[in-house]
Design a protein around this ligand. Structure first.
Ligand code: UD1
Length: 417
C-alpha cells in the first residue's frame, strides 16, 4: 500500500523496460495445474496479483518456488479446492476452475466478489464448463464443479477473455474435440494457447473467433516466457503523450497496440516501431474519440490513461466505454485536478484544458490509479495519489521507478496500515 507524490515533470526521455504481461502470466500460472511436471515461468513480474494467485495455487497443493525472476510450479499432488480468502481477493482466481476440473474431475472456489469497475459475472465460464459435462453447484458463497469432461461446441455470448482462457484450459484434457465459438482474440489468449501447446496440448485457431482443441490424455512441464505487457507499454506511451519527450519502450510490440498507436498518431504523437521496442516522440496536440472494444479494438484497460492524455490535449475528446459498466470513476478524480469532464452513462466528454493543478486524489482501481499518476506529471505543483486499496501494485511493477528513470517526478511513500 502506498501513496504516490507526483510533481509537474519535464518531457520524459530515455528507455523503459516493459515487464511481462500480468494478464498473460495469471492464466499461465493456472495452466501449471494441468500437469504433474515442473512449469517454469521466466521473468515473472513482481505484482500483488501474482503473489495472491501464488498463495491460491499453494493452497491447492501446488508447489511454488522463486529462482531470481522465475517462478517454478509443481502441481504433482494437487487438490480441487483453493483457499477462500485468496480466491475472493482477485477475479482471475476463477481461472483455476478449468485446469483443476479437467485434471481432477472436481474443483471449488469461493466466488470472486463484485468489482469496482462492474459486476463481472462468470456465467460464460460456467455455461462452457456445463457444455463440457460439468455439474455445477452454488452454495456457501462458492461454486463446485464435478465431472469428467468431454469435448463439445461452446458458443460464448460475448468474447470474454477469462471464459475463453478457462475453457481452453479445461478442454486440453477433455476427451474428444472442443470448439469455442465467438472466442476472445486477445494476445494473452494466444500466449496461453502457445504455452499449452508447448506442454503438449493440441490447439488451433487461437487469435481467431473459433478455437479448436483436441483433448490429450496428459500434458508435460515446460519453461515459458510470457509476452510483454501491452497495457504497461500503452500506459507509458500515454505518459510521453502527456509530457512530450522521447521514450523507447523496450520489448513493446506495435502489433499488440495498433489501436492505441493509431489514436496517438492521429493526435500528433510520433511512433516508430524498432527491433528493440517502440519509440514514442512528442506530445498529443489534437483531440480524439475512443470507443473501447474487444481486441483488436481499443482496450478498455487503456481508456483511463488516454483520458489523462485528453485532459491536457486542446479540443473536445469523447470516450465510449462498451466493455465495463462502471469504468469512469477516474473522471471525478481527474476533475479534482481541474480537468473538464462530463460523464453520461457510458460516455465521457473531455474538454482539454491548458492547466491542471495538483491535488489529493484517490486510485479507485488499477488503471485509474495509473491515469492519476500520469495526470500528476502535467499538473502544476504536487499531486498525491492515495492508493490505500493497493490497486497500482496489482498490475504495475515499480511504476514510480520506471517513470523516475526517464525524468518523471514521482515518489512512492509507503503507508503503514
Ligand atoms: C480481462 C483482463 C482485464 C480486461 C478485460 C477486458 C485479465 C486477468 N483481466 O478480464 O484486464 O479489462 O479482460 O479486456 O486478463 N462477462 C460476462 N460473463 C462472463 C464473463 C464476462 O458477462 O462470464 C462480461 C464482463 O462483465 C465484462 C465483459 O464480459 O463486461 C468482458 O469481460 P472479460 O473479457 O471476461 O474480462 P476478464 O477476463 O475478467
Amino acid at each position: 500500500m502506498a501513496h504516490y507524490a507526483v510533481r509537474e515533470s519535464p518531457p520524459l526521455r530515455g528507455e523503459i523496460p516493459i515487464s511481462t504481461s500480468k494478464n498473460a502470466v495469471l492464466p499461465i500460472m493456472c495452466g501449471a495445474l494441468l500437469t504433474g511436471g515442473d512449469v517454469r515461468i521466466e521473468k515473472a513480474p513482481d505484482l500483488t496479483d501474482v503473489r495472491t494467485l501464488t498463495a491460491l495455487l499453494r493452497s491447492c497443493g501446488c508447489g511454488v518456488k522463486r529462482e531470481k525472476d522465475a517462478l517454478i510450479f509443481n502441481a504433482e499432488s494437487v487438490n480441487g479446492a483453493g483457499d477462500e480468502e485468496s480466491a475472493r481477493r482477485m477475479r482471475a482466481s476463477v481461472l483455476i476452475l478449468g485446469p483443476l476440473l479437467s485434471r481432477l474431475g472436481q474443483a471449488r472456489i469461493a466466488l470472486p466478489g463484485g468489482c469496482a469497475i462492474g459486476q463481472r459475472p462468470i456465467d460464460q465460464h460456467l455455461k462452457g464448463m456445463s457444455a463440457l459435462g460439468a455439474k455445477i453447484r452454488m452454495d456457501h458463497g462458492g461454486v463446485t464443479l464435478t465431472g469428467h469432461l468431454r469435448g463439445a461446441t461452446i458458443y460464448l455470448d460475448m468474447p470474454s477473455v477469462g471464459a475463453t482462457e478457462n475453457l481452453l484450459m479445461a478442454a486440453t484434457l477433455a476427451k474428444g474435440t472442443t470448439r469455442i465459438e465467438n472466442a476472445a482474440k486477445e494476445p494473452e489468449v494466444v500466449d496461453l494457447a502457445n504455452f499449452l501447446s508447448a506442454m503438449g496440448a493440441h490447439i488451433s485457431g487461437a487469435g481467431t473467433s473459433t478455437i479448436t482443441i483436441e483433448g490429450v490424455s496428459s500434458l508435460h512441464g515446460v519453461s515459458w516466457t510470457p509476452i510483454e505487457d501491452r497495457v504497461e507499454a500503452g500506459t507509458m506511451a500515454c505518459a510521453c503523450a502527456i509530457t512530450g519527450g522521447e521514450l523507447l519502450l523496450r520489448g513493446a510490440r506495435a502489433e499488440h497496440l495498433r489501436s492505441l498507436l493509431f489514436k496517438l498518431s492521429e493526435s500528433g504523437v510520433h511512433i516508430k516501431d524498432t527491433p528493440t521496442g517502440l519509440m514514442v516522440f512528442g506530445r498529443a496536440k489534437q483531440p480524439f474519440e475512443i470507443r473501447t472494444m474487444v481486441y483488436p479494438g481499443f482496450p478498455t484497460d487503456l481508456q483511463a490513461p488516454m483520458m489523462a492524455v485528453a485532459c491536457r490535449t486542446p479540443g473536445t475528446s469523447v470516450f465510449l466505454e462498451t466493455i465495463f459498466e462502471n469504468r469512469f470513476m477516474h473522471a471525478a478524480e481527474l476533475m479534482r485536478l481541474g480537468a473538464h469532464i462530463r460523464v453520461e452513462n457510458r460516455v465521457a466528454v473531455v474538454e482539454g484544458t491548458p492547466q491542471l493543478t495538483g491535488a489529493h486524489v484517490r486510485a479507485t482501481d488499477l488503471r485509474a490509479g495509473a491515469a492519476l499518476i500520469l495526470a500528476g506529471l502535467c499538473a502544476e505543483g504536487e499531486t498525491i495519489v492515495d492508493d490505500a486499496g493497493g490497486h497500482i501494485d496489482r498490475g504495475y511493477d515499480r511504476i514510480e521507478e520506471k517513470l523516475s528513470a526517464v525524468g518523471g517526478l514521482v515518489r512512492r511513500i509507503e503507508r503503514t496500515a
